[in-house]
Design a binder for this molecule. Structure first.
Ligand SMILES: [Zn+2]
Length: 366
């Protein structure tokens, strides 16, 4: 294979021709393709990572565009799943690599299959439950992964090489309780921040792909772009001194213990995800036809990738009166469904899991 297009990277002596050839043969998984994932996938594709798997469960929205650099207004108008839009953009950036976009929710039932064959997994997720799950799966299978998070003006990252460095559970014993940590939806985010953190993560991933594990960062790093404070925490002792259930006892609690969880409130988004994990495929066009015949349902739009519609919420009357009185939620009435062919649905307009499950059963079928 000609390495001409990677000439400037080959000239960088720490990589050289051998490092580049290894990168070209490597497989990387980008778990989550929002702001961090956009930056990560963009950097890895352009660097020539031979096989790139980009996984995301969500759809491009206008409020994503200030920071999620792989997407544009057209993707938004077309209601494209992020993994589909990302796959198209990355193939345009580099046609010599294999890029696969996967529209799915990463969960205990599919995570091991999703990371199979990966030389490195890079974290572009937006929640700790999925990160602890990735941590379990990666430690179990000995796959290095690069944690990253960004909110407000502060980002954090750590590279995890199983058997060599502390894992996520060595450093943070368990995920924060729901609602206890700030999210981009509640605290906002500086649009430039995910670019900084995501490219840091991509750089770490490229070291691993190039066979240079000796060069990875062994510390937990935080960067505040507003105060310009960069801090490094020495966490090396956390693995040897601690009693991490994951590294030491090889108990993979997130992988094994939570397989039954199928409904999740999406943090800070006033939305709930329902994932029946039946393995069945939904005929979106047939469902759309059925919903169009239902007088209570409106705004039914179906594409190859998803089906959107709006349905009344359980307590529509009182809720709308309250909202109208407060004037807080203009135009937001009822529940906005986004349904995917794998039977998964994201239901906006509620944080009540029971209400969302009831509505799912009513309009889609249990
Ligand atoms: Zn550990």
């Amino acid at each position: 294979m000609s390495l001409d297009r990677y000439n400037r990277q080959v000239l960088f002596s720490a990589l050289g021709e051998e490092g580049q050839q290894r990168i070209c043969r490597a497989t990387a998984v980008v778990a989550g393709c929002g702001a961090l994932g956009s930056a990560i996938a963009n950097a890895l594709a352009r660097a020539g990572v031979g096989s790139l798997r980009v996984i995301d469960r969500d759809v491009v929205e206008e409020s994503n565009l200030h920071r999620q650099v792989l997407f544009d207004e057209q993707d938004c108008r077309e209601n494209l799943p992020k993994a589909v839009a990302a796959q198209a953009k990355l193939r345009l950036a580099n046609s010599s690599i294999a890029v696969t976009g996967v529209v799915t929710d990463i969960n205990p039932a599919n995570v091991e299959q999703l990371i199979a064959g990966a030389d490195v997994v890079v974290d572009g997720t937006d929640n700790f439950e999925t990160r602890f799950l990735l941590n379990d799966a990666c430690v179990k299978h000995g796959v290095p992964w690069v944690y990253g998070g960004a909110v407000g003006s502060t980002g954090m990252t750590m590279t995890i090489v199983p058997g060599q460095t502390p894992c996520l559970r060595c450093v943070f014993e368990s995920p924060p309780a729901p609602g206890m940590s700030p999210t981009c939806e509640t605290a906002g985010i500086l649009g430039a921040l995910p670019g900084v953190i995501g490219n840091w993560q991509a750089s770490e991933a490229l070291k691993i792909c190039a066979g240079r594990r000796d060069a990875v960062c062994t510390q937990l790093v935080t960067i505040d772009l507003w105060t310009c404070e960069v801090r490094q925490f020495n966490v090396a002792g956390a693995r040897d001194q601690g009693s991490c259930p994951c590294c030491h006892s090889r108990r993979f609690e997130f992988l094994e213990g939570k397989a039954a969880s199928t409904s999740t409130g999406l943090c800070g988004r006033h939305a709930v995800q329902i994932n029946p994990r039946t393995g069945g495929a939904l005929d979106l066009q047939a469902l759309a036809a059925r919903l169009r015949a239902n007088a209570a349902v409106s705004a039914v739009v179906a594409s190859r990738f998803l089906l959107k519609f709006t349905a009344p919420s359980a307590d529509t009357g009182s809720q709308q009166q309250t909202e109208a009185a407060r004037g807080t939620l203009p135009g937001q009435q009822g529940l906005e469904f986004t349904v995917f062919p794998d039977c998964r649905a994201i239901i906006k307009g509620t944080t009540d899991v029971t209400e969302a499950r009831t509505a799912y059963a009513k309009y889609i079928g249990a």
